[in-house]
Design a binder for this molecule. Structure first.
Ligand code: DQA
Length: 146
């Protein structure tokens, strides 16, 4: 089965209780479940890892090389400065989709830089939890088209 890796960065484990006015009230588990259901519709298997540590995400990307077909990554605050994660994603051969619940470009200036963007094939941001479902659909289409 074709496997898609979904990566969640720091503090996303607190979704549901963390700044609900910005990030909504759904939990990360609920977003992952919605993404998993959408993946199944396309015959894809979704694997998920959340970590508050940059190294864990780098390791997960390295393990995905040659094994997973695509990566969807909400790197959270790491998006804005984690060059080791950017480098790791740059070594991944399949499509990479950058995902955010909020629209970082409409927020504080420090969120306007993304080190994921240069190694991503596409960006989904500002659409709340729906972004998780859309990201899976985008990946499915990119994989179909290859
Ligand atoms: C986020 C946006 C980031 O700027 C922030 O640090 C997060 C969440 C989002 O999903 O909107 O933790 O990635």
């Amino acid at each position: 089965m074709t496997t898609v890796l979904l990566l969640s960065g720091p503090n996303l484990n607190l979704l549901g209780e963390r700044e609900p006015d910005i990030y909504g009230t759904a939990t990360l588990e609920e977003h992952v479940e919605a993404a998993r259901k959408e993946a199944e519709r396309f015959g894809l298997e979704l694997e998920h890892l959340q970590s508050n540590a940059e190294a864990d995400l780098v390791d997960a990307v390295q393990r995905a090389r040659g094994r997973c077909a695509a990566i969807i990554v909400n790197a959270a605050a790491l998006t804005h400065y984690a060059w080791s994660l950017s480098d790791a994603l740059g070594t991944f051969e399949g499509p990479v989709i950058e995902l955010h619940l909020s629209n970082p470009n409409g927020r504080e200036a420090w969120r306007h830089t993304s080190v994921v963007a240069p190694v991503a094939d596409g960006l989904i941001a500002g659409l709340g939890g729906h972004g998780y479902v859309l990201a899976v659909g985008a990946v499915a289409r990119l994989l179909e088209g290859k």
